[in-house]
Ligand binder design. Structure first.
Ligand code: ZN
Length: 246
């Protein structure tokens, strides 16, 4: 039986002269792989739909034995042309797409992660976000996966963390601690600006992030703390070419 899938293309490849495999995130079913037979020559059935980042609606069925999914046609909703014509923007978008392709998530999270990726690609296409943008996206997705620390209060005594101190962050437990509860800063040392930035990412969506200017020391602290947090909780580290499971 055929169904329709709202999709964002993660990656594609050819596997015979005209046939294409497609890896995409579906808003209702999460990350999927399917085949578009004759896809590379049929503009009528797939025009613009089989390119990375494209936002499309697919008609999806299965082969006779039900062992793999087959795309019968696609309708292009948006192709993000400004993004595609700029190498730097392609790099930012590819980073976000690779992250979605690397994490495991259940169908309940699929719609939210799909929406976040769609918003993120829309911002990269329309604006000129800085190189920090993919980290904000990864952080937001990690929070949506249920790893959602409270950065505003001490995880032990409950005191608000409003002062301009250095606090500590316990990566394993996912809690921030006040100076009294961790005087020796045994956890990961973070400034109150970093905690506020991370808390703000929790409360906002990608369309609020394009004009964000974060001082470089806060930025580098966010990178360090979130990279460790995601390595511990999602089992992923970012390397030059993509994400590696740890
Ligand atoms: Zn405390």
């Amino acid at each position: 039986m055929e169904c329709t899938d709202k999709a964002l293309i993660l990656r594609t490849g050819k596997f015979r002269e005209y046939d294409v495999w497609v890896r995409y995130i579906s808003a209702s079913r999460g990350v999927q792989t399917a085949f578009a037979f004759g896809g590379s020559r049929s503009r009528k059935r797939f025009g613009g739909c089989l390119e990375p980042f494209s936002h499309v609606v697919f008609k999806v069925g299965a082969n006779k034995t039900g062992s793999y999914q087959v795309l019968s046609e696609g309708s292009l909703i948006k192709s993000f042309n400004s993004l595609r014509s700029n190498h730097r923007k392609i790099g930012l978008a590819a980073n976000c797409v690779k992250f979605v392709d690397s994490i495991n998530f259940d169908n309940d999270s699929a719609r939210r992660i799909f929406e976040l990726l769609l918003q993120t690609l829309t911002v990269i296409d329309a604006e000129d976000p800085d190189d920090f943008f993919p980290l904000l996206f990864r952080t937001k997705v990690a929070f949506e996966q249920g790893f959602k620390p409270d950065f505003t209060i001490c995880g032990r005594c409950g005191k608000p963390l409003f002062g301009n101190h250095n606090y500590s962050f316990d990566i394993e437990k996912g809690v921030a601690l006040c100076v009294e509860c961790d005087p020796a800063l045994k956890g990961f040392a973070v400034s109150s600006f970093t905690l506020r930035t991370l808390s703000w990412i929790q409360d906002t969506d990608p369309d609020h992030w394009a004009h964000l200017h974060i001082p470089s020391e806060v930025r580098s602290e966010c990178f360090k703390v979130m990279d460790r947090f995601m390595a511990y909780h999602l089992g992923l580290v970012w390397e030059e070419a993509g994400y590696r499971r740890v």
